[in-house]
Write a protein that binds this ligand. Structure first.
Ligand code: UDP
Length: 487
């Protein structure tokens, strides 16, 4: 009789795109897999590694799991801001050229690293790194893709080829409101302006458009696709994607899913979760919120990439103040740009606004967002419609005003306003009168209506992560499949 082979303990290498929203959700996935006893190597550039150590409790949080390793990539990764498509291209190019040679060296059977760790049995890569699919196939390791965006934005990216063939893109500025017919399943509500912002390029050879179209199509080559969404939210669009990528694991909303699994693992005692922020959180705003009436505050934040000019900032501020609604506003220190401004002046504008705002609002450089959205005083969220922010708001039943900045956000905001009916889409305007009007509509005039719909969707979200819910079952299936892949 031959020797019985012992099952190999899964060791998963997770490789996120190094930006806040991606690092955040893929770290939540990492923790969910750690809870199942998997070893995890989490691969990030050095600057992200340092910021995680500085601003989060990642070391103490993950110390309870054996075999979690935060691994730095070598130098050479673009470290500038990522607020335009060109920046995204620079970052992708640098990652592609640095990461694969590094992975090859790291994972070679004779490397020092490999000798001290168990072999990598599965790779989970952010779904815009098809070079990693080539590499994984070359070394014979299964690879899963994780797309951190919504299914609706993913599907719009997937359809770029059809949009170009049908002449629906490129479109001129005047055609922004024309109906888009070539993203199947979205014909009833998609206009040019609701496509991901990079589709606004006047030249179809534009590098970012080409990268996103190609990389999204390549998803079909991975062994499976993990998505941070839930079936009751995006079912019809997921069915379209499934025609091309049959093996989809919808396991979101990950932040809430992790919290509930941690609570179950800790016998329902308060789980030791924390954010994965790359900026220092100002927690004083929670005490300020504690003093505000229920559902009275509008939380305002445009995420980690969006930048605004001084003029835009002033329109926002005047609209906010004129609305008469109290607000908690996140203004990242690096988020105000003004070419005509001398360096450092933007900071003083922020300080001026802060001083003038004391009566009505509170400003911070970075907030503990999940906690803010869960606070009873928060009744609305003026957001840039990043996918993590959208899901965090959905799960707390907080209606939104959407001011999408770039990328997938243009599509998410359309779904919030037109499909899920849990907010208002303010895209492509920046006018104090509209700001004031929308805030009053969301927070005063149609408050109850919006809260009702938002609560109904939040209920569906909660159901999906309960035992036997769709995301719960899909996570179990993912864990099981990774175990099978490891043997
Ligand atoms: N976030 C935060 N504090 C802030 C602003 C944002 O913790 O003041 C977090 C937020 O909870 C979310 C992430 O940063 O998880 C932003 O991701 P999202 O996908 O919404 O947008 P991105 O920053 O990628 O544009």
């Amino acid at each position: 009789m031959g020797e019985t082979q012992l099952p190999v303990s899964p060791h998963v290498l997770i490789f996120p795109f190094p930006a806040q929203g991606h690092v955040n959700s893929m770290l939540k996935l990492a923790e969910l897999l750690c809870l199942s006893g998997f070893k995890i190597t989490y691969l990030v550039p050095k600057n992200i590694h340092q910021r995680l150590l500085l601003h989060t409790n990642i070391e103490s949080r993950f110390s309870q799991y054996q075999g979690f390793c935060l691994q730095s990539l070598p130098d050479g990764i673009y470290e500038g801001s990522v607020s335009t498509g060109d920046d995204v291209v620079k970052l992708c190019d640098s990652l592609n050229s640095v990461a694969v040679p590094f992975l090859r060296e790291l994972l070679t059977p004779k490397s020092d690293w490999n000798n001290t760790k168990s072999p990598i049995t599965t790779i989970i890569a952010d779904g815009i790194f098809s070079v990693v699919i080539d590499f994984a196939q070359e070394i014979g390791v299964p690879i899963l893709y994780f797309r951190t965006i919504s299914a609706c934005a993913f599907w719009a990216y997937f359809s770029i080829h059809e949009l170009i063939e049908a002449g629906e893109i490129p479109f001129s500025g005047n055609d922004m409101d024309l109906a888009i017919k070539k993203v199947k399943g979205m014909e009833a509500y998609l206009r040019g302006r609701d496509l991901p912002s990079f589709c606004r390029a006047t030249d179809i050879g534009n590098p970012i458009l080409k990268i996103l179209s190609k990389e999204t199509r390549e998803t079909a080559r991975a062994n499976g696709l993990i998505m941070n969404t839930f079936d009751d939210l995006e079912g019809p669009i997921l069915s379209q994607i499934q025609i091309h990528c049959p093996n989809i694991y919808t396991i979101g909303p990950l932040h809430a899913h992790l919290k509930s699994r941690l609570a179950a693992a800790n016998s329902n005692s308060a789980p030791n979760t924390s954010s994965n922020s790359l900026w220092a959180e100002d927690r004083n705003c929670i005490q300020w919120l504690d003093q505000q009436p229920s559902k009275s505050v509008l939380y305002v934040s445009f995420g980690s990439h969006a930048v605004v000019t001084k003029e835009q900032l002033m329109e926002f501020w005047q609209g906010l103040v004129n609305s008469g609604v109290k607000f908690l506003w996140v203004i990242r220190p690096d988020s105000i740009v003004d070419q005509n401004d001398e360096e450092g002046k933007s900071k003083s504008i922020q300080e001026e606004l802060e001083a003038a705002t004391k009566e009505r609002g509170y400003m911070v450089g970075w907030a503990p967002q999940e906690q803010v959205l869960a606070h009873p005083a928060v009744g609305g969220f003026w957001t840039h419609s990043g996918w993590n922010s959208t899901l965090e708001s959905i799960m707390e039943g907080v209606p939104m005003i959407c001011w999408p900045y770039f990328a997938d956000q243009q599509t998410n905001s359309r779904f919030v306003g037109e499909v899920w009916k849990i907010g208002l889409d303010m895209k492509d305007t920046c006018d104090k009168v509209i700001v004031e009007k929308m805030i009053r509509e969301l927070m005063v005039i149609k408050k109850d209506e919006f809260l009702k719909t938002a609560n109904e969707i939040a209920k569906l979200g909660r159901k999906s992560i309960e035992q036997d819910g769709s995301s719960y079952c899909n996570l179990d299936r993912l864990i099981q499949d990774i175990r099978l892949m490891s043997n």
